[in-house]
Design a protein around this ligand. Structure first.
Ligand code: MAQ
Length: 375
């Protein structure tokens, strides 16, 4: 069987153990560690594929649950799959829908066969199973698809977590059996187990024994403190094969991307840049800027003096503040463009620091400027 997804390890940072790699996919090869912008409904909100390409995006996300409901995976399949439908010819990854069911829908019941819940748009009763989640993703045609998992709430008891990861492992095996296009779409397993090292070990052991082409660390970025996330990564990533990609789901903020890379993560995704961009908050090399604040009314400097993106080269804080205050759509396009660009460029700096074996030094410099070390 030809593997559609291959991870090439280029080097390991001597200072931190972070990895520099290349993720080879049927739609191109992309350097890691990488940030993947989220385009839930087949669009990275307000940004065009050309803009995403010019900023260097390689793999973008879309979502099984949402596209199943609207427009329907059958329509996307008839369009020729997600790449044709959204005019994106680089990499696409779809999440399996499990997480969205738990975070979006009311009234849900989890059974061995799958999850019963209500459509968050109209209240209709729905059922999603490992087989259905893979069928939808096979129709959508992403290069990387995710196993159907339960992302337990945080915190969860050891007992609840144990029965949850054992079911998630059984679901993962069912996903592998249901996968119709293993030569074109790489199916990743999702390691769960919360903050319990023993359960993370058991989940990783189960999934690695099924030999997935890649692995995600799930169940994080669900409200746990950052030190819990970092501790869980410290004992989880070493359990995963060094020659396979490691994807930390739903992360994240600039500091979490750096700390995740240091702990051996290769791929990240998060709605943060476009979500906070839509309410006028931007990430800059000197920390977050809430552009609506009155202090920027006459500030004719760029959002970020150290950024060379389209927004920062052409517009001022005063102008962008004006647009956001007036609910002008162009305003959130400018903030979203800058925020996605900021995280993609941050990962370029992380990769360069790995090449130079100085990611720990880079972390200190970045945290100092960004304000994470400030009391
Ligand atoms: C999107 C996301 C964020 C955070 C965690 C998870 C998870 O555990 N499982 C899935 N399928 N998705 C997740």
């Amino acid at each position: 069987m030809t593997t559609p997804i291959r991870f090439e390890l280029i080097k390991t940072c001597r200072q931190t153990g972070a990895r520099l790699g290349i993720l080879h996919t049927p739609h191109g090869s992309f350097e890691t560690p990488m940030f993947m912008p989220v385009g839930t409904l087949a669009t990275v909100k307000t940004l065009s594929p050309e803009e995403l390409k010019e900023m260097g995006a390689g793999v973008i996300l879309s979502n099984t649950y949402h596209l199943w409901l609207r427009p329907g995976h059958d329509i996307v399949e008839e369009a020729g799959g997600l790449h044709a439908f959204m005019n994106w010819d680089r990499g696409i990854l779809t999440d399996s829908g499990g997480f969205q069911v738990f975070s979006l829908s009311e009234f849900r019941r989890i059974e061995e066969e799958g999850v019963y819940f209500r459509n968050h748009l109209n209240g209709d009763k729905l059922f999603l199973s490992p087989e259905k989640a893979v069928e939808i993703q096979n129709a959508l045609g992403a290069d990387i698809i995710m196993a159907f998992d339960e992302c337990p709430p945080y915190p969860a008891t050891y007992e609840y977590m144990k029965q949850s990861i054992e079911r998630t492992s059984r679901w993962a095996e069912r996903c592998l059996k249901a996968h119709r296009r293993p030569n074109e779409q790489g199916l990743f397993g999702i390691v769960q187990g919360g903050e319990y090292e023993e359960l993370r070990r058991q989940s990783a052991r189960d999934l690695v024994s099924l030999d997935f082409p890649g692995y995600a660390v799930g169940g994080l970025s669900v409200g746990e403190p950052k030190e819990v996330m970092n501790r869980v990564l410290e004992f989880t990533t070493p359990l995963l094969p060094a020659d396979k990609p490691r994807y930390l789901m739903g992360v994240g903020s600039p500091d979490s991307l750096i700390d995740g890379a240091i702990r051996g993560i290769d791929m990240f995704d998060c709605v943060l840049p476009t979500r906070i961009g839509r309410n006028g908050t931007v990430m800059t090399s000197e920390g977050r800027v809430v552009i609506k604040n009155a202090q920027y009314a006459r500030d004719f400097s760029p959002l970020d003096p150290n950024c060379d993106c389209y927004t920062c080269r052409n517009y001022t804080r005063a102008y962008i503040r004006h647009l956001i205050k007036c609910d002008e759509t162009f305003g959130i396009r400018l903030t979203s463009y800058h925020n996605v660009y900021f995280l993609i460029k941050l990962m370029e700096q992380v990769r360069q620091a790995i090449r130079e074996d100085r990611l720990a030094d880079f972390r200190e410099e970045f945290f100092e400027c960004y304000g994470f070390n400030k009391p």
